[in-house]
Structure formats: structure tokens, C-alpha cells
Design a protein around this ligand. Structure first.
Ligand code: NCD
Length: 298
């Protein structure tokens, strides 16, 4: 594995391998100094808390170092520099580049100009493969992924975490239940691809009609920053919310996941239930990103 750009590039064996490696780092591997002489460039041209900090933490845990650009405003992008030029230069500073960018396809483009591995940390409404690995890792800590029922709730149109996760779950014989507000449904091209892969995809209008049948409910935020105008955002804002009432009669081992940040989709009262696993999920970002960084730079 060299670049980590899209879940499309992964076979099931690649996913399982990385999850196994993450497990090793999770159980004792924190003492590894495997990347002692390595430097990662974290280029974040979009806001991020968890992804950026967990990549930095993962580098530090492996004995490595990092440099970072944390905003478009603080970089020469505002002077009109192209992404290609930024990447060419960073390739000479660092041993790997972790890139978050508002444009879909940016990570793939960057990989064409980079002379070091590129890890996609989110490209617009495209993909977010490292998030997917930590999502899978969190599920696998509790149950085998094969054959489970997963509900994807929220902005499935613009949500890159939902796109990557759905494609990955197609490798595990999962039944996918999609629940999206009108206009924010999963892009038809992805649904078609999932079905061609043999995945059963069932669309629902309301989370209440399916929540009792789920092993995993993956909640996502409406991606306000991707909307063409604020009126179309306000039409769908607050159209779904997970509350304690909604959880009556769910499976005992239901896992509620969310890539975070949340913006009102999950009532904070749900945090105290055994179903709430989103903070544990965020914690798993560190061993999973250790495995990814180690894999591309070892
Ligand atoms: C997600 C993202 O950036 O796509 N967050 C994350 O990386 N944990 C989800 C989101 O912003 O809604």
C-alpha cells in the first residue's frame, strides 16, 4: 500500500490486514518507535479536530514528528498557489502527506504530483478512508462485521464518511439501510455500485421504522458547508434526532456510531446509554492511524 486515497482501492484482505495491525498498536504497540526518523506533513485546508489531532497523536506515539498547515488562510493557497505546487514542495520536506481538502478528487490529484505517500483525510464530498477504517475497527471490537444490519442516517449525499463506509461494508455481506432527508439521499452511482457488489440496500423514510432491526446505527451531520445556499440547508436542518424515546425496543447490543462533530443529531441523554459508542470510536482513530502511517512509511 502506498497512497491511501479511496476505499475503491481496497480489497477486503487489505481492510482486514489494516484492522489487525491497528489492533496490535492498540494492545501494546504504543511503545513502538517505528517512525522515529520520519516526518509527516499534515495539510488541512478544511476544519478538523479529531482527524488532524489523531494523525498527530499517532505520529507522536510512533516516535515520529509532523509539520502542519491548519488553514487555507495561513498557506500560500491564498496567493494563488496550485495544490500541485504545494504537494511538489511538501514531498521534499516530509516522508508522507496527510491531506484534507474541500474539493472531491484533491487527494487523487495530489498523489499524481507527490513523490511520497499521500493519505486522504477527507476530500470534499468524496471519501474519508481513514475514518472508515476506524469505524470498521470500532464495530469489529464488538461483533463480527459479516452479515450485520447497518443503518446509515443523515446526509448521505454530501457525507464522505457515509460514502466510504458503505463501500467498505459491501465487502462484508452487510445489509445496508439508508435513511436520509429528501434531497440528501446516497448518490445513485454509489447505490448502484453497492448493489452490483451484491449488497442489499434498503431505503427508509424514517429511522423509527428500522432502528429495532439494526446492529449498528451510523448517524451523520448535515454537511452544511457543502450546500449551495443557506435556504436549502434550513429546509432539512433538524429533520432527524436520536432521543431516548426512539431507543425503546432496540437490540441490546445496538451500537450508535457518529464520526463527529455532532450538531444536534444525537440528544446528549443518549450518551449515558450503553448504545452510545461514538467517543470510543473517536479514540480508535489513534491506533488505526498509527497502522496507516506505519504502513505507508515503514
Ligand atoms: C467528518 C468529516 O470531516 O468528514 N468528521 C471527521 O473526520 N471525524 C464528518 C463531518 O464533518 O461531519
Amino acid at each position: 500500500m502506498y497512497h491511501i486515497i479511496s476505499i475503491h482501492d481496497f480489497e477486503r484482505s487489505d481492510l482486514d490486514y489494516l484492522l489487525d495491525r491497528a489492533k496490535e498498536f492498540d494492545t501494546g504497540g504504543y511503545r513502538s518507535r517505528a517512525l522515529e526518523d520520519k516526518l509527516a506533513a499534515l495539510l488541512f485546508f478544511e476544519p478538523s479536530t479529531r482527524t488532524r489531532m489523531s494523525f498527530a497523536t499517532a505520529m507522536a506515539r510512533l516516535g515520529g514528528r509532523w509539520i502542519s498547515v491548519d488553514s487555507v488562510e495561513a498557506s500560500s493557497i491564498v496567493k494563488g498557489e496550485t495544490l500541485a505546487d504545494t504537494i511538489r514542495v511538501m514531498s521534499n520536506y516530509a516522508d508522507a502527506i496527510v491531506l484534507r481538502h474541500p474539493k472531491e478528487g484533491a487527494a487523487r490529484l495530489a498523489s499524481e504530483f507527490a513523490t511520497v505517500p499521500v493519505i486522504n483525510a477527507g476530500d470534499g464530498a468524496g471519501q474519508h478512508p481513514s475514518q472508515t477504517l476506524l469505524d470498521l475497527y470500532t464495530i469489529r471490537q464488538s461483533m463480527p462485521i459479516d452479515g450485520i444490519d447497518v443503518g446509515l442516517l443523515g446526509d448521505l449525499r454530501y457525507g464522505r464518511t457515509a460514502h466510504s463506509l458503505a463501500l467498505a461494508l459491501a465487502h462484508y455481506g452487510v445489509t445496508l439501510h439508508t435513511i436520509a432527508p429528501g434531497g440528501l439521499e446516497m448518490p445513485a452511482s454509489i447505490t448502484l455500485e453497492l448493489r452490483e457488489h451484491g449488497m442489499e440496500v434498503v431505503e427508509h423514510a424514517d429511522v423509527g421504522e428500522v432502528i429495532r432491526d439494526l446492529d449498528v446505527l451510523y448517524v451523520t451531520r448535515i454537511q452544511r458547508e457543502r450546500f449551495p445556499d443557506s435556504a436549502s440547508y434550513y429546509n432539512v436542518a433538524s429533520s432527524y434526532r436520536i432521543t431516548l424515546d426512539l431507543l425503546n425496543g432496540v437490540r441490546d447490543d445496538l451500537m450508535i456510531l457518529h464520526p463527529l462533530p455532532r450538531a444536534g443529531e444525537i440528544d446528549s441523554a443518549v450518551d449515558r446509554t450503553p448504545y452510545a459508542r461514538y467517543f470510543e470510536q473517536a479514540k480508535n482513530g489513534v491506533p488505526v492511524r498509527m497502522a496507516l502511517l506505519h504502513e505507508v512509511m515503514k
